[in-house]
Design a protein around this ligand. Structure first.
Ligand SMILES: [Zn+2]
Ligand SMILES: [Zn+2]
Length: 226
């Protein structure tokens, strides 16, 4: 953006103009008529999740979803159906944009939003979404429901990994404590931290000679020079 708020990069400007144009179309009576005719009739449903317009959204456990912030905070979230355009060609003109053909579909706001993030609804439960680039035919939840052995293996793997991490961290902490105890300078802390600030780069044998910090290296009491 330049100082006057205009967009300086030509490519960005093109995107910005198209966005403005689209916003204008979305305020036109042609668009409202088109949308209502296809997406707001009583039997219209989202082609992906099957939800109707204005239906209250629920989470996977059946609890009502509510707005967490803004003017509608606490209100139930409702399904908003619209017409989705599946081809770039549909954006050529308002007339093309509001003409129904195979490149149009009735879609809800959530399926549309997640589609843009590369996700599609699970065809089995129609509740959870899966990565559209994956070969998965269903969500993990549905898959593991059918394959309890696989689920047991997965849980075991996670538990093993957690255990390995726990042991690794414990070993690291022990090593760090030993390194601190072994270091002759009383300012040297665990993880090479120095009380005088920053990191202590010096080995136990060279710290006294090489430390440039002020007031600098100070031998721990009762620790004789080797
Ligand atoms: Zn949907
Ligand atoms: Zn599923």
């Amino acid at each position: 953006m330049t100082d006057d708020g205009s967009v300086s990069n030509p490519q960005r400007r093109g995107i910005e103009n198209r966005r403005k144009e689209l916003a204008k179309w979305h305020r036109s009576k042609e668009w409202f008529a088109f949308r209502d005719l296809h997406a707001r009739t009583p039997d219209a449903v989202c082609v992906h999740c099957g939800k109707k317009h204005n239906e209250i959204r629920v989470d996977v456990d059946g609890n009502i979803k509510k707005y967490k912030s803004g003017k509608r905070k606490g209100d139930p979230i409702r399904v908003n159906l619209t017409v989705n355009h599946l081809s770039r060609r549909k954006y050529i003109s308002l007339e093309e944009y509001t003409t129904w053909d195979d490149d149009c579909e009735v879609c809800c706001d959530l399926c549309n939003q997640l589609y843009e993030q590369g996700k599609v609804i699970c065809p089995v439960c129609k509740k959870r979404y899966i990565d559209s680039n994956s070969n998965d035919k269903e969500c993990d939840h549905c898959y593991y429901e059918k394959h309890p052995d696989e689920l047991a293996k997965k849980i075991e793997n996670i538990e093993n990994r957690n255990e390995r991490n726990r042991i690794f961290k414990k070993n690291q902490a022990t090593k760090q404590r030993i390194a601190k105890v072994k270091h002759p300078c009383r300012f040297r802390q665990v993880k090479q931290k120095c009380i005088l600030g920053g990191i202590c780069e010096h080995s136990p044998t060279k710290a006294e000679k090489n430390c440039k910090k002020k007031p600098g290296f100070e031998r721990k009491k009762g620790l004789m020079k080797k």
